[in-house]
Design a protein. Structure first.
Length: 320
């Protein structure tokens, strides 16, 4: 509750509804860095941490940064609308976390024509290099590979595994699954018995796991594209009278506090970290672009793997 209030206060300091500000003019040169950020939504704890990182950084630097923040409620059409609104405002830089990979060419060409650079934050889009300035985020294929290595270790190379997948068409889902499946194929004793999207949310993760448990009497491992879906799946496993973390081993991606708590309770086994605290890097890159400096095409995050065995010691150090 306290967290939610702090978050709302920060948002109210720095956020403006883009839909209400369609005609705002570009700030005169050499004044504040004016940035528009088109966020996906609030589907997970990870997403909340990323939003807080961006809005908090802007609030701390309110003398030099003006942030226009839009929450698209997980709808691509709302993100496109937000980007168009930022173009109309004449912001210096646009930040975009594309909910899905495809369907961005038209609006990104409009940004290019308006000479407004676009930085992809956390997720990538399937577009040509000339349509974006940089991608700040993780190597999702590598995350999927790390997750599979952990699953193979936990199952000693054999067993039935189910996959709870993220939003269909999202780069974070597509690439994690690619990495996971490539790596898991190296253990012929492991069979993927079911795969279904839980849209990166806890509630859908729970629903998907409930249906897996009804259809498959022998599940040895569960992999999820994010921790929130796994937390929902753990609820389903417990309600079905099975032991999560022992009878059914779990591996998921993100590294949110809730998953560390589940590991401390012995109900989860591994989380592969994906860093959401991208605010400082994003605004630095935006300021560099405004100053005419060149920036790397991919600003990659450094990430770790966390296991149940060290979770109690790791938990107090977690920032999200
Ligand atoms: O794009 C990153 C993914 O999006 C995170 O893993 C997930 O929790 C979020 O919703």
């Amino acid at each position: 509750m306290k967290k939610a209030i702090v978050f709302l206060v920060i948002l109210s300091l720095v956020c403006f509804s883009v839909f209400a500000e369609g005609t705002r003019e570009k700030a005169p040169a050499n004044e504040k860095l004016v940035v528009g950020f088109a966020q996906i939504g609030q589907e997970s704890g990870w997403r909340g941490a990323e939003t807080t990182s961006i809005t908090f950084y802007a609030a701390q630097n309110i003398d030099t940064i003006q942030l226009h923040f839009a929450d698209a409620q997980q709808k691509q059409e709302n993100q496109i609308k937000a980007v168009r609104s930022f173009i109309q405002m004449g912001v210096d830089v646009i930040g975009l976390a594309p909910v899905v990979e495809t369907g961005w060419e038209t609006v990104l060409k409009e940004a290019k024509e308006a000479e407004i650079p676009v930085i992809f934050v956390d997720r990538m889009a399937n577009v040509s290099d000339d349509l974006y300035a940089s991608f700040i985020g993780s190597d999702f294929v590598d995350e999927g590979q790390k997750a599979a290595k952990e699953m193979i270790r936990l199952l000693n190379g054999k067993g039935n595994v189910v996959m709870l997948e993220g939003t269909v068409g999202a780069s974070a889902a597509i690439d994690r699954q690619k990495g996971f499946l490539e790596e898991i194929a190296k253990a012929p004793g492991i069979t993927i018995i079911a795969r279904q999207s839980g849209d990166f949310t806890r509630s859908k993760g729970k629903e998907v796991m409930e249906s897996f448990l009804k259809s498959y009497p022998q599940i040895d491992g569960a992999y999820a594209d994010n921790d929130d879906m796994m937390l929902g799946a753990i609820e389903a496993i417990k309600e079905a009278g099975k032991k999560s973390g022992t009878q059914i081993k779990t591996v998921s991606v993100d590294g949110v506090k809730g998953l560390f708590e589940a590991m401390v309770a012995g109900e989860a086994n591994v989380t592969v970290e994906c860093n959401p605290l991208l605010g400082p890097q994003f605004f630095q890159a935006a300021a560099d672009l405004k100053a005419g400096k060149s920036i790397p095409k991919w600003i990659k995050s450094n990430e770790d793997v966390y296991r149940q065995e060290t979770a109690a010691a790791d938990l107090p150090t977690r920032l999200y």
